[in-house]
Design a protein around this ligand. Structure first.
Ligand SMILES: Nc1ncnc2c1ncn2[C@@H]1O[C@H](COP(=O)(O)OP(=O)(O)OP(=O)(O)O)[C@@H](O)[C@H]1O
Ligand SMILES: [Mg+2]
Length: 204
């Protein structure tokens, strides 16, 4: 999915957060979104995801405004991930269940994520008892299991151990290749943005 932003103005109450005249997130690219604390990165992702509709200006998705059916193809992992108060397994399985994927196939997909992200030992644990990094991994697995064409990741690797970051980057790269999806990746880590992203965009 290609995202074009035109004259986008965001305010909270009277306070101007940003005013972006033109910004283009190219289809099929991994784009790093960087900027100071409070520059509006999380706000912009919420706007692109359709969660925040309070703004002036335009966000175009493959040339169109956001339609309800498109939101099913957008995956987002928030800075503070929201998970259901169910098991890790059920959280990752949920998007497959609502898409009526058959039970055996669901198990195959969920088991794959549990294995790849090293979550097997906590698969039966309730998601509201997880550590920050564990919750981010589960939220990422859940987002990927829905097979999004646009993936919005807000500091998804910020609380994750160095080695696990490599595993996640590797997994994201292979998902990106397989789906030819667009990924907007918020990070404060410049080395990671250099290594992992095809392009970088700064919010100021
Ligand atoms: N619901 C809200 N009401 C009022 N102000 C808000 C609200 N949400 C965010 N803000 C303000 O908007 C600005 C942008 O916030 P945002 O969370 O998008 O920044 P960010 O770039 O993601 O920062 P960080 O790098 O710290 O995550 C901040 O000054 C924040 O205090
Ligand atoms: Mg943020």
């Amino acid at each position: 999915m290609e995202i074009v932003i035109q004259n986008l103005v965001k305010r909270y109450d009277q306070k101007l957060i940003f005013n972006i005249s033109n910004l283009h997130f190219k289809k099929g690219k991994i784009i790093g979104l960087l900027g100071d604390n409070g520059s509006g990165k999380s706000t912009l992702l919420k706007m692109i995801s359709g969660m925040d509709k309070e703004y002036e200006g335009k966000i175009l998705y493959d040339g169109y405004s956001l339609k309800h059916h498109m939101t099913h193809r957008i995956g987002m992992v928030s800075q503070k991930p929201y998970l259901f108060k169910r098991s890790v397994y059920e959280n990752i399985e949920y998007p497959l269940k609502i898409r009526k994927v058959e039970k055996g196939k669901r198990k195959e997909v969920v088991d794959g994520f549990l294995r790849d992200m090293n979550l097997e030992s906590i698969q039966d644990q309730r998601a509201d008892t997880l550590s920050g990094g564990e919750a981010q991994k589960v939220a990422l697995a859940r987002a990927l299991s829905a097979k999004p064409k646009l993936l919005l990741l807000d500091e998804t690797t910020a609380n994750i151990h160095e080695e696990a970051i490599c595993t996640i980057e590797h997994q994201l790269k292979s998902y990106h290749e397989q789906m030819a999806c667009t990924i907007i990746f918020v990070t404060h880590n410049l080395l990671q943005a250099e290594r992992f992203c095809d392009e970088r965009v700064w919010l100021s």
